[in-house]
Write a protein that binds this ligand. Structure first.
Ligand SMILES: [Ca+2]
Ligand SMILES: [Ca+2]
Length: 378
């Protein structure tokens, strides 16, 4: 599979490896609720399908988390609206029907699309539309042997595959469809695709700080959107993977892959699946040490990206984890957990939700996606 885009995705699917970050002035975790820095009332009627997240300050990052989650630092945010759910197949279908937009996974890649690899190694038959899926036929013995060495942090790469014909209309390949998944989150969405949807809808992707603030639902320095325990009385509160990944999939939460949005209770801000179900793109570039330099007020991420695992390859932030996340794999569903992905790559567990600032409200009401009743009714 000498396709760089596939490699980029596979690398992005792994958890962040060890990178240097400083632990400075780390406040102790508390169960206090965040206090608004400035009392902000919702300035306009709530857009359909969104919730108002009042501005305030919070402790971003994790004292005990991975290096790129440190240091914990105070961030102050202006209020914003955020979609209550991940963008669904039905919503994305309205967008493509209105615009004729074709996602990157549906387009035939060209050799020149693959930068930094020997394109002569790419076979003609591999230059077909495709996207990343889980490979249930992965070599279990090989994966077991690789995992015996803790230094092999890239072992998850061996359980993914480039699936020809996989895209948002066909999540598992050409034989699959979305007719019975219209209320599931759209998947196989590249960052570029998500931005195109946002522009049509008159909205934008959330910043990484907005996503974490929203994910915490008003709680302070808790592991999950509802508190510090993953389960409540043995009940699963989100769609992730139960069992030892990747050999054992117990599906205790009832969903082997995506779940219909709103299948689980929302967090304190009324946001559904802000942890689990599918990964969600953020606007920011990714840099593991950004927290050491982040501005306090409304941070928008670094000017460019840097991933020490793949220097020179651009990466945007992904948040929230997916139905593939597990405690022995990535724990992407923790509020502070960070992920990154190459912007032209999607996968069968990657989607997004949108945000909107009060300052953009008037242009939003005039956006193409809001001028039709069906689009406004999300
Ligand atoms: Ca599940
Ligand atoms: Ca999610």
């Amino acid at each position: 599979m000498p396709v760089q885009r596939a490699i980029l995705i596979l690398l992005a699917l792994s958890c962040s490896s060890a990178v240097l970050a400083w632990c400075l002035l780390t406040p102790p975790p508390t169960a206090e609720r965040d206090k608004p820095a400035v009392a902000e009332k919702e300035p306009h009627p709530t857009p359909a399908g969104m919730v108002w997240v009042s501005g305030g300050q919070f402790q971003m990052g994790s004292r005990d988390g991975k290096p790129d989650e440190k240091p914990v630092h105070i961030v102050e945010l202006t209020g914003f609206w955020m979609d209550a759910t991940e963008v669904t197949n039905a919503e994305f279908q309205r967008f493509t029907e209105a615009t004729g937009y074709v996602t990157l996974a549906e387009r035939t890649p060209k050799r020149e699309d693959f930068v930094g690899v020997d394109t002569s190694l790419i076979k003609d038959e591999d230059l077909v539309p495709s996207s990343i899926c889980f490979n249930p036929q992965f070599d279990r013995e090989m994966v077991r042997q690789i995992r015996e060495n803790p230094a092999n942090v890239n072992w998850p790469y061996h359980v993914w595959m480039m699936q020809k014909g996989a895209n948002w209309r066909h999540p598992n390949g050409p034989e699959s469809g979305i007719e019975d998944r219209l209320n599931h989150p759209v998947v196989h969405i590249a960052w570029t695709d998500a931005v195109a949807y946002c522009e049509w809808a008159g909205k934008r992707l959330p910043t990484e700080a907005e996503f974490e603030y929203a994910s915490r639902g008003g709680l302070q320095q808790q592991e999950y959107p509802w508190g510090d325990k993953l389960q409540r009385e043995d009940k699963w509160l989100l769609n992730i993977w139960q069992g030892e990944f990747p050999e054992e999939h117990k599906v205790r939460d009832g969903f082997e892959m995506t779940s219909p949005v709103k299948s689980f209770r929302p967090n304190g801000y009324g946001l559904f699946d802000i942890s689990g179900n599918v990964w969600e793109w953020c606007a920011d570039w990714y840099q593991p040490e950004y927290y050491s330099a982040s501005p306090r007020r409304d941070p928008h991420g670094p000017r460019d990206s840097f991933d020490p695992n793949e220097p020179g390859l651009p990466k945007r932030v992904q948040r929230g984890g997916s139905f593939m996340c597990n405690i022995n794999y990535c724990e992407g569903y923790r509020c502070a957990s960070r992920m990154k992905g190459e912007p032209s790559s999607g996968a069968f567990h990657c989607g997004f939700r949108t945000a909107l600032s009060p300052a953009d409200y008037d242009p939003f009401t005039k956006a193409p996606g809001q001028l039709t009743k069906s689009a406004a009714g999300r």
